[in-house]
Design a protein around this ligand. Structure first.
Ligand code: PMP
Ligand code: GLN
Length: 386
């Protein structure tokens, strides 16, 4: 038999699935994979449930229900003053994961280079490689994960077609500052490169930080694709409803990719997300405030257990240095050990690196009930004798 595609056949199972399975096997508290343990707003779920019974239940338009595309355009205008034409500049996808694949497969050619900043979400490299393009990695370093501008400049060259940016960034929990985004924008303009910006955590920012979409910087609207996810905004990760906003010139090929990857997304969920995006400002602010309190709660618990807790400016993750606990066997072994022996699961930050050497950090997810966070902290403290 002929072998499978070399890029895909060589892949392991994603770290999120591996650690979640391990958590189930050991009955541990799963603070690994990122998902809330309480479902998002009842009114949003009610719209989905009613639409399931009342319809429509047949194929929606390929680019998404008009009411959802209008709501996505209104959301970008309301929060960032960005203007997108809902008919030609927005495509609804089955999650941000599909949106990323549509953009990468729709825009890249063999021979192109793509600048990837690590730590990174693990779907990026294989899809870049599958498109035939070559990743050029730039590593960020803890604890502040500042953009290394010189290394970034060195990664850009005549073959650079795209940079893939993620802000707020998973798992670094970092929000890129305006000066960092300006450096990225300058390089994109100089090299006529596309910026694919994964902004799924756009509403999960803490301590008064404001999300800055790079599409709003001078010269960037015409070369930026902005990706969003209802899973994060409404704490409904299993729904897998995402979207892409971008200039019509780039969206044509992206939409054609979407039409042959999934074609469309469940109409009842689209209707419900359209409703959700229209919620009052207080909903979005309340989500961030609630998560900020959970970040503080878990960070304090990890600190008491003896971890070196890193700052978390956004997302629903906090990373912690395991070396102060006397553990120097690497973060993957650490995460497996605490799953088995302390009854708490985290994911190793090294899984988000392809080139850089960071293997002393464990990433914990804090979008869980307070009692769950307290129990996890208590178990870790008991285990490490804090
Ligand atoms: N990008 C990042 C940075 C993520 O952390 C995730 C995962 N939750 C996704 C994309 C995928 O989002 P979705 O579940 O909407 O596919
Ligand atoms: N993005 C989520 C995380 O970082 C997980 C997504 C997934 O499981 N594919 O935990």
């Amino acid at each position: 038999m002929k072998p499978a595609n070399t890029t895909m056949a060589a892949l392991g199972t994603t770290v999120f699935e591996v650690m979640s399975r391990l958590a189930i096997e050991h009955g541990s508290i799963n603070l690994g994979q990122g998902f809330p343990d309480e479902d998002g707003p009842a009114d949003v779920r009610r719209v989905a449930a009613d639409a399931l019974m009342d319809g429509p239940n047949q194929y929606p338009p390929m680019a998404g229900l008009p009411e959802l595309r209008r709501a996505i355009a209104a959301h970008a205008r309301r929060f960032y003053g960005l203007d997108y034409d809902w008919e030609n500049e927005i495509v609804v996808t089955s999650g941000a994961t599909e949106a990323l694949a549509d953009c990468l497969l729709g825009l890249l050619d063999p021979g192109d280079e793509v600048v990837l900043l690590e730590p990174l979400y693990d779907s990026y490299p294989p899809i870049v490689e599958r498109s035939g393009a070559t990743p050029r990695y730039v590593s960020l370093s803890p604890p502040d994960w500042r953009l290394p501008v010189e290394a970034l400049e060195a990664a850009f060259g005549p073959k650079t077609r795209m940079i893939l940016l993620n802000t707020p960034m998973n798992p670094a929990a970092k929000a890129f500052r305006r000066d960092e985004l300006e450096a990225v924008a300058r390089l994109c303009v100089e090299h006529d490169a596309i910026c694919l910006c994964d902004e799924v955590y756009e509403h999960l920012l803490f301590d008064g930080l404001r999300h800055i979409p790079i599409a709003g910087l001078p010269g960037m609207r015409e070369r930026t694709l902005r990706i969003g996810s209802a899973g994060k905004i409404f704490s409904l990760t299993g729904w897998k409803v995402g979207w892409i906003e971008g200039p019509a010139e780039l969206m044509g090929a992206v939409a054609k990719t979407h039409q042959f990857v999934t074609f469309t997304t469940a109409p009842n969920l689209q209707k419900a997300v359209a409703h959700g995006l229209g919620k009052e400002d207080g909903y979005f602010a309340g989500l961030a405030a609630a998560l900020q309190a959970k970040r503080d709660r878990l960070s304090a618990g990890l600190d008491r257990a003896g971890f070196g807790v890193l700052p978390s400016e956004g997302t629903y993750f906090v990373s912690a240095d395991v070396r102060p606990l006397g553990f120097d066997g690497g973060d993957e072994a650490f995460c497996r050990t605490i799953t088995r022996e302390a009854g708490v699961t985290a994911v190793p930050v090294s899984a988000f690196f392809r080139r850089g050497k960071v293997d002393h950090l464990a990433r914990f997810c804090f979008c869980k009930r307070d009692a769950t966070l307290d129990e996890a902290s208590g178990r870790l403290r008991a285990y490490f004798g804090g």
